[in-house]
Design a protein around this ligand. Sequence first.
Ligand code: ATP
Ligand code: SF4
Length: 380
Amino acid sequence: MSTDAVEQVVADEATSPESIATAAPTPVLQLQDFCVDYGVGARAVRAVDRVNLRVDRSKVLGVAGESGSGKSTLVYGFTRLLRAPAVISGGSALFTAGPSREDSGEELIDLVGADEATLRRLRWTQISVVLQSALNALNPVVRVGTLFDAVYRAHRSDMSRAERRARSVELLSLVGLNEDRLQRFPHELSGGQRQRIMIALALALDPSLVIMDEPTTALDVVTQREILNKLAELRARFGFAMIFITHDLSLLVELADEIVVMYAGRLVERARARDLYESPRHPYTLGLLNSFPPMHGARHELTGIPGSPPDLSQLPSGCAFQPRCPYAMDRCAREQPPLAPLDEAGRYVACWLHVAGEHATVPVELRRAAPSSRDGGSGA
Ligand code: ATP
Ligand code: SF4
């Protein structure tokens, strides 16, 4: 199969009209060939390159990759939060608006072409984003209670002042904070408390998709663990879908259903969370896993990944990971590997080692049995 043909299979799998109509569970978001450039014309660099993915209702998609791999550009791109010089240069981002498939008000909206009024209608109520730094995201001169009140006044004019306050107290309690925090300014709260406030705000209007951009990066490991547990609990209770961005793959294994790994703006591996964590297929995924101490299980030596991510304006020919890859072959410097289906468990990999189909040539560390084939596990 040619590279173009394989890319087409992936694109069709992600977003064909048939899959929208019949697949179960319901997709809340589907990206097809989604591209974002910084700049235009000859000097433009492509920061997100033909990304195809789907997020099902109530599921968690983890997005992993080093700094600069394009994770934030991807999510701020399809949520239309990016400003110039960023430009969406191709593809679509189909969002299913509405609380459930049975709801008569459900509509399929391409976020790429949506006008500002539509985007304003969707933000907070259908899609909410928790930014990397809660301290920067929260207005320092506005008390927490005023922030909650402002969200409800803007979107729920039917609520009385008493109802807005009652709901704010309820939200704080959901994230494990006492109502006295409503009187505080952001700088009077710890990092973990501020991040909990951001999560509560993101859930205020019951969105169907919540995006978390490295929400725990600035926190100590104990607080990080508390926040992740809280997120898992809230998701199980309210059923929202979540996209969780991190450079630390080990954070995703418990939280995510599926994980995609990005490198130089492209998806290089996509798999069920446990499959990817326990039996990575792409050399970059393996390198990422060897860069962080595991949150559970046996400890292993941290080896990291030699070199650094490429300058997008001077990408190497062929596979972008080739200059750093210990398994690189001649072909890798000549041709870019497509993201191609690998197995029936829904794994996709962009690496010539696997696309070549020569099982014996795949290094043993990249062909360990996946958990599903060992124990019948579901992957997440
Ligand atoms: P981080 O974890 O550090 O946020 P990331 O994986 O989210 O990294 P992005 O912030 O999306 O990566 O950046 C993707 C690429 O886009 C990087 O190579 C970055 O240098 C480039 N980039 C980001 N903003 C701009 C800009 N305003 N102009 C040009 N290039 C940019
Ligand atoms: Fe390494 Fe080649 Fe696979 Fe790229 S295609 S990850 S260089 S083996």
